[in-house]
Design a protein around this ligand. Structure first.
Ligand code: SF4
Length: 60
């Protein structure tokens, strides 16, 4: 299950750029979120985790 610790999210949108199938951006809050129907492949998710400057994405 992919999760974002939204307290820590910096709103950089790196995860959305790398893996738009899984992550989306809430412009009103300035934070990313995980889409409901996650169909992204694991490599894409791993790339997003690696690119997150706040290290606030987990996949467990
Ligand atoms: S990469 Fe990390 S800090 Fe940047 S928007 Fe995504 S979850 Fe937030």
């Amino acid at each position: 299950m992919v999760e974002i610790d939204r307290e820590e999210c910096l709103g950089c949108e790196a995860c959305v750029e790398v893996c738009p199938e899984v992550f989306d951006f809430d412009a009103s809050e300035g934070k990313a979120f995980v889409k409901d129907d996650v169909t992204g492949d694991e490599a894409c998710i791993d790339e997003a985790i690696a690119s997150c400057p706040a290290s606030c994405i987990t996949n467990e």
